[in-house]
Design a protein around this ligand. Structure first.
Ligand SMILES: NC(=O)c1ccc[n+]([C@@H]2O[C@H](COP(=O)([O-])OP(=O)(O)OC[C@H]3O[C@@H](n4cnc5c(N)ncnc54)[C@H](OP(=O)(O)O)[C@@H]3O)[C@@H](O)[C@H]2O)c1
Length: 278
């Protein structure tokens, strides 16, 4: 049987495809625009949109496990189509936001909860990967680090536990290559708490020149982010930063428990992506 990776063009989806190929798994990949995928010939590629369940018909033939992004409007219909096609295990890229108090009322938590619930109720086996904030969110600072050796921020003392996307992909690959993680809902974080200011300093240390924080008001930050990020996400990002000032977010040890290896640090993520900042 084969594994279908939905969102093979994504940072995590792409790493999941690579990990499955490495393990000799029969992998298929889908994207809304498959022409942009550059994959070995052994990987069959399909055009499919999460919001059009029927578009997955061809991709699902002979597939028993699926890696899935949660960016979908009608999870019940999509998951029903998966189960009808013979999928028995869905590995979902969810979010730690589902574990926060009030998640069901929160914009971010509720959209992931809805997808999780649809999968739970479908009868398929599942693994829900629940990462916290990604280290790769720092990629948004690329332009200002390169041009100005500075990062404008409204809440530089916001505390996060950034997780490397390769850690998330590793756990996804583990889930997709056996039954050991069926029913698991691991929260995945990085190994250390870091303020945004410490993340900026880490980038400076890796590229070998100081990078400073330029303090902004919330209104200035909102206006800047709105140039690149949809409004609903801008509100969420700024709210998350505001609420994280002085916080002590939990450090999860799930990556180590599941893989036996230590989780990757933020510094490792910067080293792996140093081209973004030089
Ligand atoms: N950033 C964070 O801190 C954070 C924390 C927790 C969870 N998350 C979640 O993690 C995900 C982002 O992961 P990433 O960085 O790997 O993303 P990414 O690199 O931006 O890739 C997103 C992928 O989702 C696929 N996709 C989106 N809408 C789709 C649709 N309608 N039909 C089919 N495929 C669709 C895209 O595929 P095509 O464009 O090729 O079709 C793309 O491959 C999001 O769901 C986000 O909510 C993020």
């Amino acid at each position: 049987m084969a594994v279908l990776v939905v969102g093979a063009s994504g940072a995590i989806g792409g790493a999941v495809v690579a990990g499955l190929i490495e393990r000799g798994v029969d992998v298929r990949a889908s994207s809304r625009t498959p022409a942009k995928l550059s994959l070995p010939e052994s990987v069959r590629v399909f055009a499919a949109d999460l919001n059009e369940p029927a578009s997955f018909a061809a991709a699902l033939e002979g597939v028993d496990r699926v890696f899935l992004y949660a960016d979908l409007e009608h999870p019940e219909a999509l998951v029903a189509a998966f189960v009808a096609a013979g999928v028995r295990h869905v590995v979902l890229l969810s979010s730690s936001s589902v574990t926060f108090p009030g998640a069901a009322e929160d914009f971010n938590g509720s959209r992931f909860l809805r997808v999780e619930r649809a999968i739970e109720e479908s009868g398929a086996a599942y693994t829900f990967l629940r990462p916290g904030g990604f280290a790769s969110n720092a990629a948004r600072w690329s332009w200002s680090v390169q041009r100005e050796s500075a990062v404008p921020l409204p809440y530089p003392e916001a505390v996060q536990v950034p997780v490397h996307e390769q850690d998330i992909a590793d756990v996804a690959v583990l889930a997709l290559t056996g039954d050991a993680l069926i029913g698991e809902k691991p929260v995945l974080t990085g190994p250390e708490r870091l303020t945004l200011r410490q993340q900026v300093e880490t980038i400076g240390a890796v590229i070998g020149r100081p990078v400073v924080v330029i303090e902004q008001t919330e209104a200035e930050s909102t206006a800047l982010l709105s140039q690149h990020v949809p409004e609903v996400w801008v509100r969420q990002i700024v709210k998350d930063w505001r609420e994280a000032v002085g916080a002590t977010p939990a450090i999860s040890h799930e990556y180590e428990r599941l893989t036996g290896a230590p989780s990757r640090s933020f510094r490792t993520w910067v080293e792996d992506n140093v081209h973004l900042f030089r």
